[in-house]
Design a binder for this molecule. Structure first.
Ligand code: ZN
Length: 339
């Protein structure tokens, strides 16, 4: 098989792609498929390629396991203007999918396909459907109208309503092997050492890791670490510190702080540079004097806050949240001996 055969799926997805196609050709894909897996392994790319293939009007006569790229459907797809495809995702800053979005989806599926033999909806991420929106989707999941496919994606399966989860068939995308990810990142111009750190920082997910490198997250982290150290030793006042951090993406800061506190915990238990996500932290803080209980409490608080924000919670006051986290952090690093 030529390389171009897989042109639209990532190299680590080729087996999964093959089995997906075979399954559809033998017994038909389920109407609702939930793609799960960590961020940055290509769930959305796979969903889009599946949609393109399902919609392609020549694939059946050609018995093709890749969309032809030439039929009317494929050309409309290429132009980003396919009448039988719809994407449903958060439309505003609330990061939630609201009932209006699901109503549009339901109305779309009530129509008959215009070009292709079926209609396809890509909905992501599932966990940000608010209660009303989720309820409005249930009936469609139970009795999908006509020939239609819903491709849903989630990184947080535990946050998806059980009623939604139980009505979808799950497709779990495994994280590629470290070597596969490293090869792919190097082929995309990454230095191997940088690629290794980027993978560790991104749950071993190659696409997230490559974006991390390209967005120079490493430099950003160095700035944050410097500022955190200055705040901890009193050379940067709280309001100045929060004013800087408020401009950065909150989920980025929280996930970094979560990793940092996990690193401090590992260092406290004797881990060395090579076992840490952010080894530079050892030069900034003395992990041996920290109190594990406080550290765990802070780590849990950061992660649960992050989870809530990623699930669409919008009630956090960015300034107050950062201030209180920073105060908690300072107590941790400056009063190590006391409780
Ligand atoms: Zn086609």
């Amino acid at each position: 098989m030529s390389d171009s055969h897989w042109s639209h799926v990532y190299p680590w997805q080729s087996d999964l792609w093959d089995s997906l196609i075979k399954r559809h050709q033998q017994q038909g894909l389920p109407h609702a498929l939930m793609l799960t897996g960590v961020e940055g392994i290509g769930k959305h790319a796979l969903a889009l390629e599946t949609a393109r293939w399902l919609l392609c009007t020549r694939r059946i006569e050609q018995h093709a396991n890749v969309a032809c790229g030439e039929c009317h459907s494929c050309r409309l797809w290429q132009a980003g203007n396919h009448p039988d495809f719809m994407e449903c995702q958060p439309e505003d800053d609330s990061r939630q999918i609201r009932i209006d979005g699901v109503r549009k989806l339901n109305e779309f599926l009530m129509q008959t396909p215009q070009i292709s033999r079926c209609q396809v909806v890509s909905l992501h991420p599932v966990e940000v459907l608010n209660g009303n929106a989720a309820n409005a989707l249930l009936k469609t999941l139970e009795e999908p109208p006509g020939e239609s496919f819903l491709l849903l994606e989630t990184e947080r399966l535990g946050s998806v309503m059980p009623t939604i989860r139980s009505r979808c068939q799950r497709l779990t995308l495994a994280t590629p092997s470290p070597q596969q990810s490293l090869d792919w990142m190097q082929a995309n111009g990454c230095d191997p050492l940088v690629a290794e750190q980027a993978l560790r920082m991104n749950q071993m997910a190659p696409i997230a890791a490559l974006a991390w490198v390209q967005q120079q997250r490493h430099e950003q982290h160095n700035h944050w670490l410097q500022q955190l150290q200055q705040w901890s030793n009193g050379s940067l006042p709280l309001d100045a510190m929060v004013a800087i951090w408020k401009k950065d993406e909150l989920t980025g800061i929280l996930s970094w702080l979560g990793q940092l506190s996990a690193d401090l915990m590992r260092a406290h238990m004797g881990a060395d540079h090579s076992q840490l996500l952010e080894p530079a932290i050892l030069g900034c803080f003395d992990a041996s004097t920290l109190q594990p209980a406080k550290l765990i409490a802070l780590h849990d608080r950061i992660n649960s806050t992050l989870g809530q924000i990623q699930s669409g919670a919008s009630y956090f006051n960015r300034q107050l949240l950062l201030e209180s986290l920073m105060i908690e952090w300072q107590t941790l690093v400056t009063n190590p001996g006391r409780d």
